[in-house]
Write a protein that binds this ligand. Structure first.
Ligand SMILES: *Cc1c(COP(=O)(O)O)cnc(C)c1O
Length: 391
């Protein structure tokens, strides 16, 4: 049976070049980067090369990159760290309703500690309005945290405009760029970003490693203590093999970005058009054009998303319903609900995120299998068969 992986926003396979360089740092160059001997110096060299590779991709300085265990930790470090460092100035934070749980739940935690958080609404395409950000700013606002591209529906936010606004008002600006890092051009200076979260396993690097870009002069309290690593902001012996792998993955993503985006956009649009043409009662979720090149998110009316996933899995197709984190719970995606989509329609949503391994044949296979599955599920739906639906 054909196996088609369409869940690249959940995670990606580690690319062979990355495996190769990681292997070197797991075996020959195994030293502790803090050791002064040659083994330590080799490890340190790998670490600093990775810092440069990552800084280059977002036009930052290498000393502004701090390695973390991933996107979640970077989000926590940025938001809690900024809140604690600025609480004398104010206790108000602005974010959006469609953030990843790593941001939302961190903000909920801060609310319990006495901070106030405004969760901005979005429009039907999941876009945040710059005007709404402006209106939400108060004298005691210390942080704006907004994602660059949404992990569920792929909508790309007006980060540059919000960055300009934050700078004008002297507010720290954090961007969760886990879904855009290596996929969209990012210039932290042009976009006035003070803090940016990125993760390795979404760009064909290993899991459990990521980083926080921390603009020079931006105050962030550390969350952990116990060593001088990462200039005391993130103590603990560095995971050098993972860091080196992340660095190379970032460099290669940058080199291949334009070409890969062009290829994926074609595949994405073919998949979207095919679905809309072949299957009745279906809607595209997310912005029609301002969206990631690899994201397809659709809702099939009168279909239950989880059943759809199981039937696709039986045909070798790996996709997701809403975000991987909400799968398994019965609550529909908070992102789809924020976009004004009803519970029923949100329950019938399917996310397919393309990547390097996907070909046109994968899309053809998907378009061959999907209409039958949807038809089969609808034939079992009492609502669909109640005679109220016109085809
Ligand atoms: C995956 C993801 C994260 C979490 O990153 P991890 O490295 O898995 O912790 C955070 N934000 C967004 C938008 C993501 O897609």
């Amino acid at each position: 049976m054909r196996k088609v992986y369409l869940d690249h926003s959940a995670t990606t396979p580690v690319r062979p070049e990355v495996v190769e360089v990681m292997n070197q740092y797991l075996t020959n160059n195994f030293g502790n980067a803090s050791s002064v001997h040659s083994f330590g110096r080799e490890a340190r060299k790998g670490l600093e090369t990775a810092r440069e590779q990552i800084a280059n991709l977002i036009k930052a300085q290498p000393e502004e990159i701090f390695f973390t265990s991933g996107g979640t930790e970077a989000d926590n470090m940025a938001i809690i760290g900024t809140a604690f460092a600025n609480q004398k100035k104010g206790k108000h934070i602005i974010t959006t309703q469609i953030e990843h749980h790593a941001v939302l739940e961190t903000c909920h935690h801060l609310e319990k500690l006495g901070f106030e958080v405004t969760y901005l609404p979005v429009d039907k395409n999941a876009l945040v309005s710059v005007e709404k950000v402006k209106e939400a700013i108060r004298d005691d606002t210390i942080l704006i945290s907004m994602m660059h591209a949404n992990n569920e529906v792929g909508t790309i936010q007006p980060v540059k405009e919000v960055g300009a606004l934050a700078k004008e008002k002297g507010i720290v600006f954090h961007v969760d760029a886990v879904q855009s890092f290596g996929k969209l051009p990012i210039d932290v200076n042009e976009m006035n970003i003070d803090l940016l979260s990125a993760s390795s396993h979404k760009i064909y690097g290993p899991k459990g490693i990521g980083c926080l870009f921390l603009r020079k002069g931006t105050k962030v309290e550390p969350l952990m203590f116990g060593g001088a690593q990462e200039r005391k902001r993130r103590p603990g012996t560095e995971n050098v093999p993972a860091i080196v792998g992340f660095g190379l993955a970032a460099e290669l993503a940058g080199k291949e970005m334009a070409q890969e985006n062009e290829r994926l956009t074609k595949l994405r649009d073919k998949l979207i058009q095919g679905i809309l043409e072949k299957i009745p009662h279906v809607q595209l979720n997310g912005h029609p054009t301002q969206r990631l090149a690899n994201n397809v998110n659709v809702s099939f009316h009168y279909v239950e998303g989880e059943s759809l996933l199981l039937m696709l899995d039986m045909k070798g197709i790996a996709a997701s319903s809403g975000s991987a984190c909400t799968s398994g719970s019965l609550d529909p995606s908070h992102v789809l609900l924020a976009m004004g989509i009803s519970h029923e329609i949100a329950h019938g949503s399917l996310r397919m995120t393309l990547g390097k391994v996907n070909t046109e044949e994968d899309i053809d296979y998907c378009l061959e299998v999907l209409p039958d599955i949807v038809a089969k599920l609808r034939s079992m739906s009492p609502l669909y068969n109640s005679g109220k639906i016109e085809n």
